[in-house]
Design a binder for this molecule. Structure first.
Ligand code: COA
Length: 397
């Protein structure tokens, strides 16, 4: 089979029981549950349990899981000391990617390849990535870092560690919903990277480090930071509509719009749009949501005129304004995505390692068609450097 230059679009490379997308209808499901229902009624801790364990927890299981995550929040001192050695202009995603192997070195279950051992690693990763990111933001600004507060929930504790003050209940809930929305998304680029790496039997942290790297790109998780840059650049622009038209005329992309799978509105964007409007008003910063809405309206109209009516806001479009009013800097926004997606990555890594959705574990090993210069199967004649003429050994075209 030969599928080239299509970025593997539409090609099923594995079976999975973790999540499902209907890109035509705009449906996203985690382990059987619609994303709208989880965003309305669940929370990130419960959703993480659902992704990892395949079912919702009962009350005592949910409490025990929350307790385990809270207890695992303490990041080993050597990791925090290492963060202090890094250049303060290092990008948070590079810092996060560099920190994952350090966390691996501190994990007593690193080589425990049982399912339980991997779940314990997942719990530590879920607990510690937020601590690392909040600590890095403070360290790079020359500020003291705050210890995690065990009485606060996952999202509230992150905002506490970032700002040193307790967030309002409404803001903490909004961030928690964002974490639910970003927790998994089938075989996106970063999840595939995680699965590909652990298919070699590398440990969970090696897979997660690859996932962080893949997420950092602007066509994937890096888009939310680019959306915020776009909103900031438009804060004092009167003619936002003209700016959008100009950009599309120049064939430039509007960040936070379009999706490789959704051909209609991303269901997560609808939920984030509401949160963006509400939090914007509550925090006295409605301008970001208003600029976003104008961009969306004009872009949809203009794209339709250009025969591209499939390009709609994705998860990054409204999350940028949501995070901004929470006081989260633009270059930290992709790391917030990672704090949530870690739950999905770990669930997929476990599914991959234990072949939970297919017959047996399988090493990913695609092939590529060789289109380079060659001298036939006999190979080119090796000429010593001193005897080589320009282009020696390479047949002329
Ligand atoms: N704004 C304007 N035009 C866009 C666009 C956007 N956000 N996204 C895609 N297009 C256009 C492309 O320019 C291309 O036009 P052309 O055929 O005239 O060259 C066409 O739509 C197809 O683009 P392609 O990149 O092949 O589509 P895709 O479905 O593979 O792209 C994304 C998916 C996400 C990579 C793409 O929509 C994008 O770059 N979006 C912006 C980045 C972003 O928000 N990423 C986060 C994804 S969750």
């Amino acid at each position: 089979m030969r599928i080239k230059n299509m970025g593997l679009r539409g090609l099923a490379v594995a079976d999975t029981k973790i999540s499902f997308i209907d890109g035509e209808k705009g449906i996203l499901i985690y382990r059987g549950f619609r994303i709208e229902d989880l965003a309305k009624s669940s929370n990130f801790m419960e959703t993480a349990f659902l992704l990892l364990m395949g079912r919702l927890p009962d009350k005592s299981e949910a409490e025990a899981f929350q307790r385990q995550v809270v207890q695992a929040r303490r990041v080993p001192a050597f990791v925090l000391e290492t963060l202090r050695l890094l250049p303060s202009n290092a990008h948070p995603m590079d810092v996060l990617q560099a920190t994952v192997p350090l966390l691996a070195m501190a994990d007593p279950d690193l080589r425990d390849e049982t399912r339980d051992g991997n779940v314990r690693k997942a719990v530590r990763l879920i607990a510690r990535l937020p601590v690392v990111i909040a600590a890095w933001d403070r360290i790079r600004k020359g500020k003291d870092i705050f210890d995690p507060n065990p009485s606060l929930g996952h999202a509230a504790n992150f905002l506490w560690m970032l700002h040193g003050e307790n967030p309002s209940a409404s803001m903490a809930r909004a961030l928690d919903v964002c974490l639910v929305l970003h927790a998994d998304h089938t075989f996106n680029a970063s999840t595939f990277a995680c699965r590909e790496v652990v298919s070699t039997r590398a440990h969970m942290y090696a897979g997660v480090a690859a996932g962080v790297g893949a997420l950092s790109g602007e066509l994937h998780g890096g888009a939310n930071a680019r959306v915020m840059e776009m909103l900031k650049s438009l804060e004092n622009v009167d003619d936002v509509a003209g700016w959008v038209r100009g950009r599309l005329d120049r064939k430039e992309r509007i960040m936070g719009m379009g999706h490789a799978v959704y051909k209609t509105t991303d269901p997560r964007a609808n939920i984030l749009k509401e949160i963006s409007a509400r939090l914007g008003e509550e925090t006295g910063q409605p301008q970001w949501w208003r600029i976003s809405k104008t961009i969306e309206e004009v872009a949809l109209e203009e794209l339709e005129k250009r025969g591209k009516k499939d390009i709609k806001p994705n998860v990054d479009f409204y999350s940028a304004s949501v995070y901004h009013v929470m006081g989260i800097p633009a270059d930290l926004m992709t790391a917030i995505f990672a704090l949530s997606r870690i739950a999905g990555w770990c669930a997929h890594i476990i599914e991959e390692k234990f072949a939970e959705a297919q017959e047996k574990p399988m090493l990913y090993r695609p092939t590529a068609e060789y289109v380079g210069d060659y001298c036939g199967l006999v190979g080119c004649t090796y000429v010593p450097p001193e005897e080589r003429e320009q282009a020696a050994g390479v047949p002329s075209a």
